[in-house]
Ligand binder design. Structure first.
Ligand code: PMP
Length: 336
């Protein structure tokens, strides 16, 4: 029996720029509407197993049909379900670096996790990745990538999905709203394409735990047959459906985060001792031998620290981002 690779959950206090959450709560008017709706829920009854209201609301926003969708307790749950259905006791190809929950689910389902080294200083070697994919039973990676923020182009992804067929390719699009491309409109073209999405990031609903897998109806049926019953609770279904009705709130919020990200990326270009990677997500990844100096200046700001010289910072409010830039500049100048 292999040991399970646990995921380190951090519940922090202070200025939280560590988990790529949305910095703002929902507008009060939307929270009031949710509170009102919460009065009428049948708390004594199990939730709708099919998540009909939620799937309808998401299908409408995304211009999809409900047969292409399954909802989960966060996209995390669906990533685990996908690995269990498509790769238990088999092999999964992913990237290094990539989202650490893939390691966890692969180990839970006794899948061998193959990692393609993505040298972040060179253009992505698509051909080599495609070749390695031929040895796997499933391909799974995030795009934009967590932690690097780097996004492969839709053209490259199409080439990969086509070359991999019939091997399923799961593209984890947790941060797709912050990117200028997505593979959503390619679902009709590729039978072996599966996408995962979440309401935890651009929609600012990390506390509700709602995510989706999107694929062709036959694949979605396979997933539905294998999921645990009642996996999304009644409150989250109702609240997320209400939030999705107010979809217009999120476009300007997302645009603001992208604007702040670009400002930060530009400001970081002058750093000599910090390597900054070109992000298409709501965070920026850095590597530096001066990480410890920078970390010592952070005070109440929490960021995501990796075991090597890498660290990742979620885009925050304009003030928070200014503070981060000035601390990076300070660490950059410090005479060691
Ligand atoms: N995929 C990636 C790449 C992520 O970074 C995250 C959250 N950290 C998730 C999936 C999980 O998101 P959710 O909250 O929907 O479970």
């Amino acid at each position: 029996m292999k040991t399970i690779k646990t995921y380190q959950v951090t519940q922090s206090q202070g200025i939280l720029l560590n988990a790529n959450e949305c910095g703002e709560n929902l507008p009060l008017t939307v929270r009031e509407e949710i509170a009102q709706a919460a009065l009428d829920l049948a708390y004594n009854r199990y939730p709708d197993d099919e998540c009909k209201e939620l799937l309808n609301a998401y299908a409408k926003v995304m211009n999809l049909s409900t047969e292409q969708l399954i909802a989960g307790n966060g996209s995390d749950e669906l990533l685990g379900l996908l690995i269990s259905v498509l790769a238990a006791n088999k092999s999964v190809l992913t990237l290094d670096p990539d989202f650490s929950m893939y390691d966890y689910y692969a180990s839970v389902h006794q899948a061998e996790l193959l990692k393609f080294q993505h040298d972040l200083h060179r253009p992505f070697d698509l051909d080599a990745f495609i070749q390695m994919g031929k040895k796997a039973d499933l391909i799974l990676f995030s795009n934009p990538n967590n932690p690097s923020g780097i996004a492969l182009s839709a053209a490259d992804l199409c080439q990969l999905v086509e070359a991999a067929a019939p091997i399923p390719v799961i593209i984890d699009e947790a941060y797709a709203e912050f990117n200028d491309e997505s593979m959503i409109d390619k679902l009709a073209v590729y039978e072996n394409l599966i996408l995962t999405r979440t309401l935890s990031k651009a929609y600012g609903l990390a506390g509700l735990r709602v995510g989706f897998a999107i694929s062709n109806p036959a694949m979605i049926q396979r997933l539905k047959a294998a999921k645990v019953p009642y996996n999304v609770n009644s409150f989250s279904q109702r609240a997320a459906s209400i939030v999705l009705k107010h979809d217009e709130i999120f476009a300007p919020r997302t645009a603001q985060i992208i604007h702040e990200r670009e400002k930060m990326l530009a400001a970081c270009q002058s750093l000599k001792h910090f390597t900054v990677y070109p992000s298409k997500a709501n965070f920026i990844y850095f590597r530096s031998k001066r990480k410890a100096v920078f970390m010592s200046l952070l005070d109440d700001i929490k960021i995501r620290d990796y075991s090597d010289d890498g660290f990742r910072i979620t885009i925050g409010s304009p003030d928070q981002n200014e503070r981060i830039i000035s601390l990076l500049k300070q660490a950059d100048k410090e005479i060691l």
